[in-house]
Design a protein around this ligand. Structure first.
Ligand code: PRP
Length: 180
C-alpha cells in the first residue's frame, strides 16, 4: 500500500462491483435514449472511463471543468473553465461525479446544465460524504455508489495536491500528510 495511506476504505474489487451495479441501473433507465454522460474534470476521469465502458446502449460523452475562486470551495463561487462541446437541449443527460462533498460543485453544475434545457438531467456520484454538506444544498443524487464518513479520501481519481489520483482503490490519507 502507498505509504501515505492510513487505510483502504474501498477496495478495487468493491469499486468494480459498484461500477457494474450503477452501470446496470443506467443501462435499464437509458436504453434507446442516446444519453449524454457529462463528467466534471478532473476527479471523475477514472470512474467515468470505467462507467462508460459498462454502458451497453448508444451514448455520447462530454466534459466540463469548473473551479472555485475567492478562497476555499466553501465560498461557493464557481466559474466554468471548460464548457460542454455538444448541445444538450432536449437530450437526456447524466452527470457523473466522483464525490458529492460540500455540494458546491454539483449544485452549480446541476443548475448550469438545467439552464441548457435538457430533456432530463440526473446525477450519478460514486461517493457521497453527507456530513460535509453545506447548509442549503438539498440536491439528492439519483444514483450513489458509497456513502462515506468524513475522512480525507484519495485515489481512483481523487487527489490531495494533485497526487494519489492514480491509486486503484479509495484510501484514507494519513493526517500528517495534509496537516504539514
Ligand atoms: C472535487 C471533486 C468534486 C468536488 C466535490 O473536485 O472532483 O468535483 O471536489 O466537492 P464539493 O462537493 O465540495 O464541491 P476539485 O474541485 O477538487 O477538482 P478536481 O476534480 O480537479 O480534483
Amino acid at each position: 500500500m502507498e505509504k501515505s495511506i492510513k487505510e483502504i476504505l474501498i477496495t478495487e474489487e468493491q469499486i468494480r462491483q459498484k461500477v457494474e451495479e450503477l452501470a446496470d441501473a443506467l443501462n435499464k433507465e437509458y436504453a434507446g435514449k442516446n444519453p449524454i454522460f457529462v463528467g466534471v474534470l478532473k476527479g471523475v476521469v477514472i470512474f467515468f472511463a470505467d462507467m462508460v465502458r459498462k454502458i451497453n446502449t448508444p451514448c455520447e460523452i462530454d466534459f466540463m471543468c469548473i473551479s472555485s475562486y475567492g478562497g476555499t470551495s466553501s465560498t461557493g463561487n464557481v466559474v466554468v473553465k471548460k464548457d460542454l462541446s455538444v448541445d444538450i437541449k432536449g437530450r437526456h443527460v447524466v452527470i457523473l461525479e466522483d464525490i458529492y462533498d460540500t455540494g458546491n460543485s454539483l449544485d452549480f453544475v446541476y443548475k448550469y446544465l438545467l439552464g441548457k434545457e435538457p430533456a432530463s438531467l440526473k446525477i450519478c456520484t460514486l461517493l457521497d460524504k453527507p456530513e460535509r454538506r453545506k447548509p442549503g444544498i438539498t440536491l439528492v443524487p439519483d444514483y450513489t455508489g458509497f456513502v462515506i464518513p468524513n475522512e480525507f479520501v484519495v485515489g481512483y481519481g481523487l487527489d490531495f495536491n494533485e497526487h494519489y489520483r492514480n491509486l486503484p482503490y479509495i484510501g484514507v490519507l494519513k493526517p500528517e500528510v495534509y496537516q504539514n
